[in-house]
Design a protein around this ligand. Sequence first.
Ligand code: AMP
Length: 317
Amino acid sequence: MAMDTSKLIYKKIKKYQNIVIARHVGPDPDAVASEIALRDAIKYTFPNKKVLAVGLNVTKFKYFGSLDRENLGNLEDVLLIILDVPTLDRVDGIEDLEYKEVIKIDHHPCDKIIANVELVDETASSTCQMIADLIFNTNLKMNENIASNLFLGIVSDSDRFLLSYTTARTFKVVSKLIDEYKIDFASLYTKLYERPINEIRFHGYLAENLTLTDNGLAYIKIMPEVLKDYKVDSGTPSNMINDFNYIKEVLVWIFVTFDDKNDIYKVNIRSRGPIINEIAEKYHGGGHKFASGARCKTIEEIDNLLKDLDEACSFYE
Ligand code: AMP
């Protein structure tokens, strides 16, 4: 089935001269790596097509390559491909775009059909794993640079193969990337994991100041003064939430970061038991069963979210 869908996606890619690839707002390495890898694979296979990877540039992910800055309002007959995002409302950078058809490639759960062609696999570790499979299953071409980006997206979203979405398929894909494209994977880890010392100190602050409930919920509310003290930005906690896995006393853990630029609380939630995405959905959020996010406007909403998560922990056996 997925094979047939891959072939259909390839046909659509072949048909369109103008292709725009986009991903979710607040991107992570899987989102950025998948859009750049797919853009580069299409351009490598069809050098005469116009293929743009769009969305806000994130400086810390610039090692994946650069995104395209172009006025999308001038494009006609566009195929839009959205990656790593279940719904159109969280797609970044397509406000001015008029598209003819849309393809979705994603690993998030979603009940609704929102695209003309959908390749959705909730069991995939990452969107990069799905893009690697798409390239392997079709006549799209890959090179060492594309393979390196896909490898890093898989490593990042599977949290170095720790998360349960890691399967035999993940290892098969990674093995093929390493074997066929001779990627120097050990040297790539510096790009993903090197951090300045202030971030390590901030990590220590988070560990010191987590509050733990009797039911196994760990939480911290991070205010702008603290971010300023440690010289980190409001996106930094997102990169650290996975490091707090496997704490014996903790079932669900949550970082609440007040983003004073946008006047909103950004929430990262992780679980090693209770299902959290259904709770996140009540608070302008969503995501995977055990890895979700939300955006809240008020501290009352945050306190209600904490209450719901604590209750979910108390019911969990
Ligand atoms: P994060 O904690 O930002 O790494 O997000 C974890 C997961 O939740 C990712 O799969 C995100 O795509 C998803 N997610 C984060 N924020 C939201 C939101 N506001 N709405 C829907 N899904 C979200």
